[in-house]
Structure formats: structure tokens, C-alpha cells
Design a binder for this molecule. Sequence first.
Ligand SMILES: Cc1cc2nc3c(=O)[nH]c(=O)nc-3n(C[C@H](O)[C@H](O)[C@H](O)COP(=O)(O)OP(=O)(O)OC[C@H]3O[C@@H](n4cnc5c(N)ncnc54)[C@H](O)[C@@H]3O)c2cc1C
Length: 403
Amino acid sequence: MEERQVLVVGAGPVGLAAALALRSQGLAATVLEAGPEDRPRVGSRAIYVHRETLERLEAIHTGLGWEVAGHGLVWAVKRTCWGGREVFSRSYPRPDPSFLPPFTSLAQTETERLLADACKRAGVEMVWDTTVLGASSSEEAVVLETAEGASWSAPYAIAADGGRSAIRSSLGVAMTGSRSERSFVIVDVEEDPGDPLPLERVFHYHHPGVGGRNVLLVPFSGGWRVDLQCRRADDPSYFSGEGVGAWLARVMPSRYAGRVSWVSTYRFLQVLAGAFTDPRRRVLLVGEAAHLFAPFGARGMNSGIADAVAAAESIRRGLEAPDPGTARQAVDAFARTRLAAARYNRAAAGAALEHMQGRGPVLAVKRLAAARLALAGRRAGAWLDSAPYGPRGGSSRSGQGRY
Ligand SMILES: Cc1cc2nc3c(=O)[nH]c(=O)nc-3n(C[C@H](O)[C@H](O)[C@H](O)COP(=O)(O)OP(=O)(O)OC[C@H]3O[C@@H](n4cnc5c(N)ncnc54)[C@H](O)[C@@H]3O)c2cc1C
């Protein structure tokens, strides 16, 4: 049996952040990861990293927030079009370089690389090629069994093993919620360095070039994220397969049709784990092991990193607790506040998704009226511009700010 102070399962962005947060609490951290060290990570997935997250990374590993911000980019212009006509645009001044920027846009693969490098510097023990099958806990400790036949034990484990979490399943915790009605085709294209496009985030309602489907274009460091919202009757595999170049060439300069680096199709899940800890309060679920949200509003990785920081703090409190009751309370506080945050985040991402899908006659009429008004005044245009990302606030009970 391998014994450690705290085990983290999963070396995705949330597990790596959890390991750094543990180190910042003065605890030893061991990460067990199913994949090999040099595994390829596909696609850019999370690109939008909020300032709150940059501040959180800076707090758990000095310099890391600045490093992530330095590798990403900030766009200065956002625009919204309706049926090909611009209904809103706003330009921002260049962010004050003495503060962390309001956000940074960077491929998740890059963020993970920076987190992994920070883990090396912070003395995190990384154990690759190790697939955890499940967790069993007692009053004092948790034991993790692996597919390779090893057993690992620690007073606490953080489960950051993603949406298909084996740990969550082994604890018998179910995920409940819904799935988006429509499919979304998500494409990353590489920037053309010889002739780069202006750095603008653009949302198109009813883009005339693609039969009136909604399209979102977001720049990130080195590339562009393009989201196409399919119609109910569409075959998404056409838009993500043989048809991808054709529709891309209608929403971007045609040279980008040959620069696709990743394409995927989603019907987004909006689900939460029934509990964020086990009955013995030895396992803490974080990130996608605990919740999955539609990406509009960028609450997945951002809130997963907030979970990770909260988990590390409560584990430190649990280890220092004078008695088992106080130790339980520390983990209970984590589970309660992060579940409250996840409920808020799911509702916020759900509001964004509903707006995008424009379901129901009331929303459809409201959007249309706003589009007409937006041509004359800014308020309706501002609403059309911001609604695809959901409300900006956070749960007052999240314990960790906006996420
Ligand atoms: C298209 C798209 C766009 C997105 N955009 C954003 C965005 O802009 N901003 C944002 O905040 N979020 C965004 N997200 C969400 C974000 O990608 C996720 O929230 C994030 O990847 C979750 O990280 P994680 O570490 O919890 O899980 P994962 O990234 O899934 O990592 C889990 C890790 O655990 C390992 N693992 C799995 N099972 C085991 C096992 N049994 N034993 C050991 N290891 C195991 C895996 O190999 C993996 O390394 C987006 C998601 C998508 C799909």
C-alpha cells in the first residue's frame, strides 16, 4: 500500500490546480493520472479564463496567474450581428498592465501545460499511467485501487477525474440534470500569422451565410474558436465532417477553411453530482467530476479551479482539526458551498443556452424585438450582445466569488 498525505486523481486543469492549491496550504500532493506524461490533449476546450481565476492561480503559485495571462490574449472589440447587420459593438481600452487583465483567451492545452510546469516547480508528485478504479473510505482514510493492481491510501483524496469520474461512480453518486436540445459544432482554426484577423469576439444571430444558424467567433492565442449552432433537423456530422470547410469559408475568410486544427460536436450536458463528498467526508469531488455545464459564460474550468482551491483549504482544516467532528465540518463546508456555486453556475449557463437556442415564443419575440430596437438604440443591442453568456454574477453562498 502506497501512503500519502493527499491524493489527487486526474491531471486535467482542475486536478493540477488542486495539487498546486494543496502545496500552497503547506501539504504534500500526489497526482494519479490515467494517461502517460506525454499524452496528446485534443482540442482547445476551455479558452476563456476569467480574471478571478488568474488571481486564484496567482494566489496558489506566485507568478502563475501572470504567466497564463501572458500566454493568452485579450480582445479589445466585441460585436453582435443580426441577420448579417451589426446591432452592437463595443471597444475597450488596452488593459492596465499593472493589473491582471479582465480575462485571457488561451487554449486549455496551453493552460494545462503551464499548470503542469508549475506543479513540477512546486514539488507535486506526478504518477502517470495509473487508472484509478474507485475509492473506499473509512473514518480515518481513503483507499484508491488502480487498474495496474496498486493501492494508494491517504487521509483525503480529491477526485478531479473528469465527467466520467470512476471515483464518483464507485461512491454511487449520480449526476442529474439535462442536455441541450440542439447540437453545436465547435471548431478550432489556426491563425494565419502572415495575415492575422482583427481580434474581435463576434456573435452572429441568424448568420445569412449559413442558412440563418447562429455562429460565435472567439479569438484565442494562436487561433480562433468557431461555434456553429445546428438546427433541430440538421445532421451535425455533416457540419463537423465533409461540410466543415464549406460553412467555415462563409463565416471567415476562405483561407481559414484549410486551417482546421480540431472539430467536435456537442449536445451540452447541464448536470450536477448529487453530493460533492462521500459519507465519511474523505473524498472531495471537483471540476467535471462534480458538474458539467454548457460552455457559454465559461463556467466549467473557471469554477472547477475555484472548487480545487476550496477543496485544498478544507482538507488543510480537516487535517488540523482537533477532533473528527470538526474535520467533518470542514469538508461539509466545502461540499455545501461548492454545490451552491454549481447550482448557480448551471442556472447561469442554462440561461445562456436557452437564449442561444431561442426556444419558446416569448424568448423568440423578445429577441426579435431587441434586434429591431438595437438598430436605433444601444440598450437592446447590449442585451443581445451579453445574453449568450448568461448572467455575470455568482452565488452568494459559493464561498469563492463569482464561480
Ligand atoms: C467546447 C468546450 C469549450 C469550453 N470552454 C470553456 C471555457 O472557455 N472556460 C471554461 O472555464 N471552461 C470551458 N469548458 C469546460 C472545461 O473544458 C472543463 O470544465 C475542464 O476541462 C474540466 O477539467 P477537469 O480537470 O475537471 O476534467 P478533465 O479536463 O476531463 O480532466 C480529467 C483528467 O482525469 C484523468 N482521468 C480520468 N479518469 C481517470 C481515472 N479513472 N484515473 C486517473 N485519471 C483519470 C483524465 O485523463 C484527465 O487528465 C469548455 C468545454 C468544452 C467542451
